[in-house]
Design a binder for this molecule. Sequence first.
Ligand SMILES: Nc1ncnc2c1ncn2[C@@H]1O[C@H](COP(=O)(O)OP(=O)(O)OP(=O)(O)O)[C@@H](O)[C@H]1O
Length: 285
Amino acid sequence: MVTIEKMDFSYPKKPTICRGLNLFLEQGKIIGLLGLNGAGKSTLMRLMAGLLKPKAGAVKFDNHATFEREVAFLNQMVFIPEKVSVPEFLKVKDYVIVYKDFYEGFDIGRLEELLVQFKITGNQRISNLSFGQQKKLQIAIGLSSGAKLLLFDEPTNGLDIPSKSTFRKVLSGSLQEDQTMVISTHQVKDIENLVDQVIVLDEGMIKLHADLAELENEFVFSQAAKAPEGAIYVESHLLGAHYIIGQSESVGDSGGSPDLELLFNAVIEGKISGEFLTNQKLVKP
Ligand SMILES: Nc1ncnc2c1ncn2[C@@H]1O[C@H](COP(=O)(O)OP(=O)(O)OP(=O)(O)O)[C@@H](O)[C@H]1O
């Protein structure tokens, strides 16, 4: 799938953003890419999409260096940037034709369903769609493309509240086994219960890469009037403490599914870091 090896990157005449970055993305996963403003999420997405060239090392999709932008890579990848730009003079149905023919596995029936859910019709002129509607059009196209790599940069930015919930609904369970999706966001709540893995990027470095299932094996995410002795990370709230504690330290507390916001803050504070990946070693090239 996506393999990044010893990758360095900087924008021209700017300080280095990534140094010696290594990452392997498994297929069949929805991956949340989290980071503070300026952490390098969009830069990493653009490197994976082949829109930026690494200064050193490699960014590959299967055996294609992404920056070569070979057709065999491009017709397996959809990148939706944070600020979508769609040809405004076209009608939705004409715009769809361009994509339909480019992606071999494009599912037009699926697209029609998604457009209904997002309340967009084929006869609408793109110039008459709002920014959020244009974004939903791109999301619907991406999810219907059958492409193996879906890179969505801040997909929920600009979406109203009902559309965010539709986004969550259409995404959950929609990924095929041979597809991988990366969703970059700093709106952690928007991807809660949606992602299989999470990556936390901080100042161009991967601080955490984890399967949520593996995190549940390692840690308990819980809340109580007072955090127990040995908690790794604690946040005080009105009704008590939200905390993370190692499985072996927790006594009789099974907690809930990982609280991504709590996890993110713990990683940024340097309380948790590293790889928590279940099967990755088996599939790593
Ligand atoms: N085209 C560019 N030229 C020069 N520097 C850039 C460019 N784009 C981004 N940067 C810088 O690279 C760093 C990473 O930016 P990037 O947009 O990748 O972060 P981000 O995590 O996506 O941030 P945000 O959450 O605010 O969207 C920042 O310091 C930013 O100022």
